[in-house]
Design a protein around this ligand. Structure first.
Ligand SMILES: *Cc1c(COP(=O)(O)O)cnc(C)c1O
Length: 835
């Protein structure tokens, strides 16, 4: 490189770039609109105005991000890298304007274009780089880390296609690709000069160094470039802007050159596609793995690129002395997906920097921390040894060595117990030996956490019991949370205004303060305002349901909502049985005490999940029959909202009266939808599962509609489970099953729902739908009773919001930091960044 280029040229008086501040916002917006984007009219779509505004806001984020990074450098404290295959970010504009406190200025700037933020914001495409709760949790965590001024960087994949778009055809789910980058993604900044090289395939070779130490090295690998794209993550009014670094896969130049020199230009270009496939698409499976090779490539690609990034930064600053590395770095693994990072850090330290096994292991096992997200056995990732030996031969060697040393420990603890060795081995024996990735994560981590109190207890007693016996101190609980910025302040401006008028606006940054709302639970004037806000929010949802489903909801009716991924364990089916039960009562004229309801369901089914797709079809058929029956109209309306995503939830949760959290006990690790609804004043009907238990404890059992079998009862119930008997003994359930079996909901599609009927009637139904039906119907009766007394209902609604303080992800992240990460908050005053 020419000498000249190595010299840093700083423009005089511009150490941090040209001045941007309050006074330049209007000019910046018009400059981006007229010049960066080259427009002169606001057209039909607000896309260009949205892009100009996003760039204007991004300028302000970039300034703060630079300052934040400077502080992180200077502070020399610990840093966390949050590794996740999913970040379900949703839209960024409204959130950034809120966190930078620019509402007023943006509103006035947009006046010149005769529009307002809410309208312009509609032009933004959701960043749907996640399936559901796990990916949204990662997004809420980033907001909380920045808002608590913690030095945390998110690492993920820049999928070309995010979570599929869902539409309906004759009530069936249709999946369409989500080409979210088509119209550009103005928030990101790429840094191709910081690209990393990720190595696949190849052969392991040994060599001996000058001190006659043996080393291992990969040769003949097929390399892929990981190019970083940085997305700014603003903290709430604290001048901190953290980074989410998303990796895109690209072909290396010499990869192509080899082919090119062999005279096959076209083949070389085709090879490029192969490399770029890695980050092409998000796997749309929530809480289940499908074992596809490309998925393993994604996991290794993310893990390797992210660890290289951190290690390269370390070496640039400290040279090859890693003795203090673990003091300065933590890797938090969001579920088992990135657990291969354990072996990758070992590989880099040993093969690239010649550390001994023991030195590398001390560092690795002091920097890795693992969060488990599910107890469902089908979600526990396993990869075949044969796949590993082909794709990642050196990583396989390292996993074998970790396992050998671990099993020696097991043999010490349980001498002569070969059964125990087999049960705990990282390698599952069998015709096709498999690597148990969760075990790798546990063995390689200093912290293992569950995501709600019950979930962590079940991990310790069940799935990971032997590991808990070995290392009790590793295990800890971190109950999930959601960010009150997006999930109240941004999505429910009317409620936010009312809350701030009543208790001040300190609750947005310190959500524990929301408990002060309790003072108003018996205040008649406050009740009226609370109800008025809810009604206005319901009107927004009425409009959305009309537009998307062509169903007429009515703000005077109760809004009963279940939105989440469609899964048998979440029991949308139980909800449908209740809906059919209400319809059965209406048909029989048994409407005494019936509270008029609008029932909304929504959620995506994994494309290969047969039963989940059947359930969607059933919901739509039941909705169709009920909505066209004039007898039902005064009492019951049902809609399935297509394409449930973050943006839809921002309209849904402020409008909900009743939140359905009805999973089979012991199956939902935590849930976070339950928390969003609670914060917005919905009451919960739910089982004792996941964080529902903590929600009920926080708000009090009088303000929660509980039903269903408890975890401790499940085994016994299953041992004598007889749905036919339950149907025969319960006339409500009998009527519902008869309506289903009579073909009432599939008149022209005979046999369509046989598999659903059989699942409910099976003595082996793992989800115990028929068992919980009776207590669910009884709890729904209590709901009706409570809703009829609007004063009483409003009291409970206020108490729910007031008790939701602990479900802020700020609380969760403070606990991660105190117990696992040990981070020092940054202090950044606004001298350089008041822009
Ligand atoms: C919060 C959220 C989820 C998680 O919902 P659960 O009810 O906890 O399963 C899933 N998808 C989206 C879009 C969300 O916003």
């Amino acid at each position: 490189m020419a000498k000249q280029n190595d010299q840093v040229c700083v423009v005089k008086g511009w150490e941090d770039g040209p001045v941007i501040d309050e006074s330049t916002l209007n000019d910046d917006l018009s400059r981006h609109f007229y010049y960066t984007l080259g427009r002169n009219k606001v057209g039909e779509s607000q896309l260009y105005l949205y892009n100009a505004l996003a760039l204007t806001i991004r300028d302000r984020l970039v300034a703060r991000c630079r300052e934040t990074n400077k502080h992180i450098e200077q502070q020399k404290g610990r840093k966390t890298a949050y590794l996740s295959l999913e970040f379900l970010m949703g839209r960024a504009l409204g959130n950034a304007v809120l966190n930078l406190d620019l509402d007023q200025q943006v509103a006035s700037a947009l006046q010149e274009y005769c529009t307002e933020l809410e309208t312009v914001a509609q032009a933004e495409h959701d960043a749907g780089l996640g399936n559901g709760g796990l990916g949204r949790l990662a997004a809420c965590f980033l907001d909380s880390c920045a808002s608590l001024a913690l030095p945390v960087v998110g690492y993920g994949i820049r999928y070309e296609y995010g979570m599929f778009n869902q539409s309906l055809k004759d009530g069936h789910q249709i999946e369409q690709p989500d080409n979210w980058l088509r119209e550009g993604h103005p928030w990101e900044l790429s840094a191709p000069e910081q690209a990393k090289r990720v190595k696949f395939f190849g052969h392991v070779q040994s060599y001996t160094d000058k001190d006659s130490r043996e080393h291992r090295q990969l040769t003949g690998t097929q390399d892929v470039l990981a190019v970083p794209y940085d997305v700014p993550i603003p903290g709430y009014k604290n001048n901190v802007v953290n980074t989410l670094r998303l990796w895109k896969s690209e072909a290396t130049d010499e990869f192509n050159l080899t082919e090119f020199n062999a005279g096959s230009y076209s083949e070389a270009v085709a090879q490029k596609n192969l490399a770029e496939q890695i980050t092409m698409v998000l796997y749309p499976n929530d809480a289940s793995e499908n074992g596809k090779e490309l998925r393993l490539r994604q996991q290794y690609f993310l893990s390797s690129a992210s660890i290289q990034d951190i290690v390269d930064q370390w070496v640039a600053k400290h040279g090859e002395d890693f003795s203090d590395f673990a003091k300065h770095h933590v890797f938090q693994l969001n579920d088992t997906h990135p657990s291969i990072a354990v072996a990758e850090l070992m590989r880099i330290l040993m093969d690239d920097y010649e550390l001994t096994w023991d030195a590398a292991w001390d560092i690795t096992s002091a920097t890795m921390a693992y969060t488990n997200h599910t107890l469902l056995p089908e979600a526990l990732e396993k990869w075949s040894v044969s796949l590993f030996s082909r794709l990642l031969p050196r990583i396989l060697e390292i996993i074998y060595e970790i396992n050998a040393r671990f099993l020696a420990k097991v043999a010490q603890q349980w001498p002569g117990d070969t059964q125990k060795q087999r049960a705990l081995s990282l390698i599952e024996e069998g015709a096709e030996p498999q690597i148990r990735m969760a075990y790798l994560a546990i063995v390689g981590s200093f912290s293992v956490n569950g995501v709600a109190a019950l979930h962590t207890e079940l991990l310790k007693e069940g799935l990971f019991k032997d590991f808990y016996d070995l290392w009790p101190a590793k295990f800890n609980n971190k109950t999930n949370g959601v960010t009150p910025r997006r999930w109240v302040a941004h999505c429910n401006p009317l409620l936010s205004k009312l809350i701030s008028q009543s208790i001040g606006d300190g609750w947005v940054a310190d959500f524990a303060k929301i408990s002060q709302l309790r003072r108003f639970y018996d205040d008649k004037k406050f009740h009226k305002q609370w109800q008025s806000v809810k009604t206005q929010n319901k009107q927004r949802l009425v409009d959305l349901v009309k537009e998307r489903c062509d169903v007429d909801f009515d703000v005077t009716m109760m809004f009963d909502v279940q939105v989440k991924r469609i899964h048998e364990y979440k029991r949308q089916l139980l909800n449908v049985l209740h809906v059919i039960h209400l319809y059965d009562r209406i048909r029989r004229g048994d409407t005494e005490g019936l509270v008029p309801r609008c029932v909304l369901l929504g959620g995506k089914a994994a494309p290969g999940y047969y039963m989940a797709k059947k359930i969607i079809k059933l919901i739509n058929n039941v909705a169709h029959v009920i909505n066209k029956d004039p007898k039902a109209a005064p009492y019951l309306r049902v809609a399935f909202l297509p394409n449930y995503n973050v943006t839809a939830m921002e309209t849904i949760c402020p409008a909900t009266d009743l939140s359905e959290q009805i999973s089979t006990a012991g199956k939902e690790a935590s849930g976070t939808g339950n928390m969003k609804f609670m914060m917005n004043g919905a009451l919960t009907i739910g089982t004792l599962d996941g964080a529902n238990i903590e929600i009920r404890d926080a708000v009090g059992s009088d303000n929660f509609f509980l039903f269903g079998a408890q975890t401790s009862e499940i085994d016994e119930i299953k041992s004598r489970y007889n749905p036919a008997k339950l149907v025969a003994e319960n006339s409500d359930l009998e009527n519902v099953m008869q309506l289903l079996q009579s073909g009432q909901f599939n008149l022209f599609e005979p046999g369509l729902f046989d598999d659903i009927i059989n699942a409910i009637m099976s003595p082996h139904d793992p989800w115990l739908v028929a068992h919980d039906f009776e207590s669910y119907i009884a709890a729904q009766k209590q709901v009706e009773h409570a809703y009829k007394d609007q004063y009483y209902w409003t009291q409970m609604s206020i108490l729910n919001t007031a008790a939701s303080g602990m479900f802020s992800s700020d609380r969760t992240i403070a606990q991660y930091s105190d117990d696992i990460w040990h981070l020092e908050p940054l202090t950044i005053n606004d001298t350089h960044t008041n822009k």
